[in-house]
Design a protein around this ligand. Structure first.
Ligand SMILES: *[C@@H]1O[C@H](CO)[C@@H](O)[C@H](O)[C@H]1NC(C)=O
Length: 558
């Protein structure tokens, strides 16, 4: 399998010069996929989207803010698809809000709800939301008033909190007793690492209460609305009785000082911690009569010194030089040592408390607010539109290719037309833009002569890196390392007989290649081939994929 893929790359290398000259980006083509709501931010986008003119009251100090953040539909600053525009939150440190009503409210009580879209934090991660709000049916005519107070049914998508990252999945569930809505948060939200490139977020919610949250097409959290949310959809059947109080005489002290123990007669609490060491003797040669410091013999009274005004002049002192060669000077003092008879204060030993009754807990009573909703999805309000309402510290957060509908297949097909094309190109462009320490350093040696002189070194040093890059994106790899590609092509033609050596070398390096290629979440050309040739993966293939997944940085954060 690997050999086949590699030989394809090597053959492609022979024609690499032509490929390297082709600088054109793929062009954007609107999708023909239909959905209850599908937004690619084409020319008529403003017919659907309304920036908010509402004001927002902050919880602190009752201050009022307007949604002053500017929205723009434009190409990303590092776009890889010609003419592909997205919706961009343009203003640093500002509240942004914009919304789009659906043509018809979406009810998902008996069909899956599929929400998918792309977010690109073009300026990287500081602080800023990138989530969508699926707004309750009924808001449609009030787009200009869209604010943090507009009722929503589901909130979904990434949030760069400070610090940290998480993908929110929150739904608002109505308590059938109180009639109040309560936010239910995914207990363990995905925390993927989010870079400056485009990432794809997908939420699938089934009528049977199961859900799936995907990041870049890979399932991250799947489970059940009844189990994985906080607070839980259904309250506890029993609660602590608020009337029940701990009795005054309840004993919950587990251990006590033994009341029967007494201080032993020979226990002297006053014995000192340290005593003079009577065995110590004054070292030989100790100078009892020499002071540690003496008047500096070199010091002289300054000429301007006036005994009348300044008093008697006293020479500054210096260390007595005689003490340097002796064990010590002045009065010898006996050192102290630890007192073997020291005991300190006496305490009675601890014993189990015979009166201990155990930890007190209030008795349980039936929860007066108890209810049971076993089909929370069916209780959720249908949605009338989508809104983006967020605060951002970092500007230029881009949204694109929003799909809201009922078909997982259509959402995947849209991703295949958009994200799956875009992300590998972004990864390759990003790689090419990195400080190229391991790409450019030996450029002078990348000649055919270098290959002839020392083919093994040439191949070890260059080919591995090249193949590595080519696995992610062959075109970009040829562009980034045209000389490697060209030399490789020439080498191929002339030294056709060395193919076996090539394979041997690369085969030996299989592990490192696999590892570094998996640094990215982007589907590699390999993955694509797999998907295309085997739309239904055989069981064994599936297992292997699951094993591979644990290698990706995203999965590690689970
Ligand atoms: C819920 O429905 C989905 C879609 O029909 C299905 O794949 C899944 O197995 C169901 N889960 C349960 C627990 O019934």
């Amino acid at each position: 399998m690997r050999r086949v893929a590699l030989s394809a790359i090597l053959v492609a290398a022979a024609t690499s010069v032509a490929v390297a000259e082709d600088q054109s980006k793929p062009a954007f083509k609107p999708t023909s996929i239909k959905a209850p709501f599908l937004e690619q931010f084409v020319d008529d986008w403003s017919d659907r989207w309304t920036p908010s003119e509402a004001t927002k009251k902050t919880p602190v100090g009752g201050e009022t803010f307007s949604y002053v953040g500017k929205w723009e539909v434009e190409e990303p600053s590092a776009g890889v698809i010609e003419g592909d525009k997205g919706l961009v939150a343009k203003t640093k440190a500002a509240h942004h809000a914009i919304s789009a009503p659906f043509e018809k409210a979406i009810d998902f009580s008996d069909k899956p709800l599929v929400v998918q879209y792309e977010v690109k934090y073009q300026k990287g991660g500081n602080c800023g939301g990138g989530y969508l709000k699926l707004l309750e049916d009924g808001f449609q005519t009030a787009g200009k008033e869209f604010s943090d107070k507009t009722p929503w049914t589901i909130m979904f998508g990434p949030d760069l909190t400070c610090p940290g990252t998480k993908v929110h999945f929150i739904f608002r569930h109505k308590n059938p007793i109180s009639g109040e809505f309560e936010e239910k948060h995914l207990k363990v939200p995905p925390r993927p690492s989010i870079e400056k490139l485009t990432n794809l977020y997908t939420l699938v919610l089934h009528p049977n209460n199961t859900y799936d949250v995907l990041f870049n097409g890979e399932s991250h959290n799947r489970g059940d609305l009844l189990e994985d949310f906080n607070p839980s959809v259904n309250p506890a059947e029993e609660i602590d009785d608020p009337e029940d109080k701990k009795p005054e005489d309840w004993v919950d002290t587990k251990r006590i000082a033994d009341p029967d123990a007494t201080k032993p007669d020979d226990w002297d609490e006053d014995a000192p911690y340290e005593i003079p060491d009577e065995e110590a003797t004054k070292p030989e040669g100790w100078l009892d009569d020499e002071p540690d410091n003496v008047a500096d013999p070199d010091a002289e009274k300054p000429e301007e010194w006036d005994d009348e005004e300044d008093g008697d002049w006293i020479a500054p002192t210096v260390r007595n030089p005689k003490c340097d060669s002796a064990p010590g000077c002045g009065e010898w003092k006996r050192p102290f040592k630890a007192n073997p008879d020291y005991k300190g204060k006496w305490y009675a030993p601890q014993i189990d408390n015979p009166a201990y009754k155990g930890e007190w807990a209030p008795r349980k009573i039936a929860n007066p607010n108890y209810f049971q909703d076993l089909t929370p999805v069916k209780s959720l309000k249908s949605i009338g539109g989508v809104g983006i309402e967020l605060w951002t510290m970092t500007e230029d957060i881009l949204f694109d290719n929003i799909y809201i509908g009922h078909s997982i297949e259509d959402a995947q097909a849209l991703a295949a037309e958009t994200f799956d094309v875009k992300k590998p190109l972004e990864v390759a462009a990003d790689k090419a833009a990195q400080p190229a320490e391991d790409v450019d350093e030996e450029v002078e040696d990348l000649t055919f002569d270098a290959f002839k002189a020392d083919p093994v070194t040439f191949l070890r040093g260059r080919l591995i890196k090249f193949v590595d890059a080519a696995k992610v994106d062959p075109v970009a790899a040829f562009k980034a390392q045209p000389q490697t590609a060209a030399t490789l092509g020439l080498a191929m033609i002339t030294f056709f007989g060395m193919l076996g050596t090539l394979f041997g070398l690369v085969g030996g390096q299989q592990k490192p290649i696999t590892k570094s290629a998996k640094k990215t979440d982007a589907p590699s050309p390999d993955d694509k081939v797999k998907k295309e040739t085997a739309p239904v993966a055989p069981a064994g293939e599936k297992e292997k994929k699951a094993g591979e997944k644990t290698d990706t940085p995203v999965k590690k954060r689970k």
